[in-house]
Design a binder for this molecule. Structure first.
Ligand code: PRP
Length: 210
């Protein structure tokens, strides 16, 4: 059995569709249920839904052989896994955003709200700017509106959340998308199966983008 960790939610359902089209179906997974683990013994696959930010933990520790994780999570946690493929979906970017018209006063420490402390620290170190990180778990956009911080570092997809809160992107840190990742030991022992699956999924993606 190949254990596959999928990110729970909209992206996960889309990604499951790729596995299905590549020849690894498990239709029960789409039923309206609270179940989290689904098997198709005939195809040798066991899928399970986990919180998107936890996928890389399951894969790194070997509880899952492979999984699908956002590049944001990979950049933030630097898990010791193989990144097998860019699935070219779930595209968005990691960006610095600030209230419209914000001017950075470089003589002061910049206060930054984010869920992504490591990405933020690395980015500002690379441009030599002093910062004070305030770690939040969600609704990051509120921080500069209420004066908790000057700017935020967060994921921007359509830009709607920023626009509706009178914020704008001031710089892009990284382009993001969903990646297929593998546990290093599992890849060694199940390489043939994993490679075939990866190839199948990438072929499906290629067809879809035509
Ligand atoms: C993410 C992100 C932004 C929003 C960006 O939040 O943190 O808030 O999506 O999307 P947009 O550019 O299309 O508006 P998420 O919905 O994951 O919730 P969160 O507040 O818990 O971060």
């Amino acid at each position: 059995m190949l254990n596959i960790a999928l990110p729970k939610g909209r992206l996960g359902e889309k990604v499951y569709g790729m596995f299905e089209k590549a020849g690894y179906p498990c239709p029960e997974i789409l039923a309206d249920t609270r179940k989290l683990i689904f098997e198709n013994p005939e195809k040798g696959v066991r899928y399970f839904w986990v919180k998107p930010s936890d996928v890389s933990i399951y894969v790194e520790r070997g509880a899952a052989d492979i999984g699908v994780a956002g590049k944001d999570i990979i950049l933030e946690y630097s898990p010791d896994v193989y990144e097998l493929a860019d699935l070219n979906t779930g595209k968005c970017r990691m960006a610095v955003a600030a209230p419209v018209g914000f001017k950075d006063d470089e003589t002061t420490t910049l206060r930054v709200a984010t869920k992504f402390a490591n990405i933020t620290r690395r980015y500002y170190a690379s441009i030599g700017r002093d910062i004070d990180i305030i770690h939040l778990n969600g609704s990051i956009e509120i921080a500069p509106i209420l004066g908790l911080t000057d700017v935020i570092v967060d994921i921007v997809e359509t830009g709607t959340t920023l626009r509706e809160n009178h914020l704008e992107v001031i710089s892009t840190i990284a382009q993001l998308s969903a990646r297929l990742i593998a546990n290093k030991a599992a890849y060694k022992f199940k390489q043939k199966f994993i490679d075939e699956m990866t190839y199948g999924i990438l072929s499906v993606r290629k067809e879809e983008s035509k």
